[in-house]
Design a protein around this ligand. Structure first.
Ligand code: ADP
Ligand code: ASP
Ligand code: MG
Length: 406
């Protein structure tokens, strides 16, 4: 007998038929003698609909009300699934985030989980109940409802698995596992049987939506085995786990893209100590994550600073930076939303030379101009014009022979 956390994403719970399919999978796990906690997303498209509804009520809704609204999609799916399970003769109960004591910080729309009190859930499991929890949400110290960022149900599931010391966490989605690149973009993408936490973290941070980045961070810290599987097939899926020796042989194991970034250039700023801090501190105070940063070589004690931020934060950045730019004597600000980031990821990069030059040559052969570059130990990312995104993904996948992977 094992304790399992199963998470089902938006397409897996998109209507009553699909919820019946989820119910039969949950029941199968329960019938094998396991204790089962189920975490659900909202029906596909529902969170987007709620966001549009909020923006039609006010162009600048209060964070507190906004989170309370956009978290409601999950309340619909958890209650419906529980009703179906009950009707099938199984003891099941649904819970919202705050009811199973998912405590978060106050950062509305991108809250981080501080703690989960497992007593309630363990008590229900001991009574033989299937516990069905609304993903994507928690509450802060004052009881205000918070949400965990788009795709946050993955993080709810892994956090609950870690807190309960579950044997493993299964993420059920609309693809058979983690692939060498998004299988919906390139049909030559190959499914990976296993991937290390480190590589998955880099893929997720580089835009592979199959797992939310924060969920992988938690899985790595608490060593939660995570299986990414399809809720529509019986494929074994992909195991996200600790790095092993075989994995090191792979130079590049995945190509990914991120269309949700925007580029900001602060033109002609005085090159003197303290300028970067003046620019970036007000952004981090608002929880805006700055990703890539480039500073040009200084000419006549002036320089240009270019960086990327999530596209959804661009309006807020404009407001903040116009003020700062004036204060620090910058000539002007430039905003570019027609960019995307393509990245290659692989633990083998640590020990192989020439990976970056192969990437740059592959892009150059297609006439794709590189606007920014950043590297980590196991990832190289390039910012390019967004119209080239799919082409770039395909040429990089080919350049590193990823269709040969098994
Ligand atoms: P869910 O609603 O189940 O959470 P998501 O849409 O968040 O599903 O994530 C699954 C999607 O992730 C897939 O449909 C696929 O388009 C995308 N994806 C991006 N990169 C990858 C990858 N490397 N492997 C698998 N899927 C990927
Ligand atoms: N429903 C939320 C979203 O669409 C959370 C999730 O699906 O994981 O982002
Ligand atoms: Mg998702």
């Amino acid at each position: 007998m094992a304790l399992i956390v199963q998470k089902y994403g938006g397409t897996s719970v998109a209507n009553i038929d699909k919820l019946h399919n989820v119910a039969s999978r949950v029941v199968a796990a329960k019938e094998k003698g396991n204790e089962v906690v189920v975490v659900l997303s909202a029906m596909a498209g529902e969170t987007d609909r709620l966001i549009q509804l909020a923006l039609s009520a006010s162009d600048n809704p209060m964070d507190r009300e906004y989170d309370a609204l956009i978290s409601t999609g999950e309340q619909v799916t958890v209650t419906l699934l529980t009703m179906i399970l009950n009707k099938m003769g199984y003891k099941a109960k649904s819970f919202l985030g705050h009811q199973v004591k998912i405590l978060t910080d106050k950062a509305h729309t991108k809250a981080r989980i501080i703690s989960i009190d497992t007593e309630k859930t363990l008590d229900e499991l001991r009574k033989g109940h299937i516990v069905v929890v609304a993903g994507f949400q928690g509450a802060d110290h004052e009881g205000n409802i918070t949400t965990l960022g788009r795709g946050g149900s993955d993080t709810s599931a892994v956090a609950i698995a870690a807190a309960l010391k579950a044997d493993y966490c299964e993420i059920f989605t609309d693809v058979n596992g983690v692939y060498t690149t998004d299988p919906n973009i390139y049909d030559k993408a190959k499914k990976l049987r296993k991937i290390s936490y480190e590589e998955m973290l880099e893929l997720a941070s580089a835009g592979a939506k199959v797992l939310q980045q924060r969920s992988v961070e938690l899985a790595k810290i608490y060593e939660v085995p995570v299986y990414v599987r399809s809720s529509f097939t019986n494929d074994g899926g992909t195991l996200v786990t600790k790095e092993d020796k075989d994995m090191e042989k792979e130079v590049v194991s995945g190509v990914t893209y991120d269309r949700d970034q925007a580029k900001i250039t602060v033109v002609h700023v005085p090159d003197k100590p303290g300028i970067a801090a003046r620019l970036f501190t007000p952004l981090s105070d608002q929880n805006i994550v700055v990703d890539m940063i480039i500073q040009n070589a200084s000419v006549d004690a002036f320089t240009d600073l270019t960086f990327t931020v999530p596209r959804k934060d661009i309006r807020q950045c404009q407001t903040i930076l116009h003020k700062v730019a004036e204060e620090i004597g910058a000539e002007r600000l430039e905003f570019d939303e027609n960019i995307s980031k393509v990245s290659i990821v692989g633990v083998g990069m640590k020990s192989h030379a020439g990976v970056a030059s192969r990437m740059f040559a592959a892009l150059a052969n297609e006439g794709i101009n590189i606007l920014m570059i950043s590297t980590s130990e196991i990832k190289i990312s390039c910012v390019i014009e967004s119209k080239y995104t799919e082409l770039a993904v395909r040429v990089l996948h080919d350049a590193f022979g990823l269709e040969q992977k098994i």
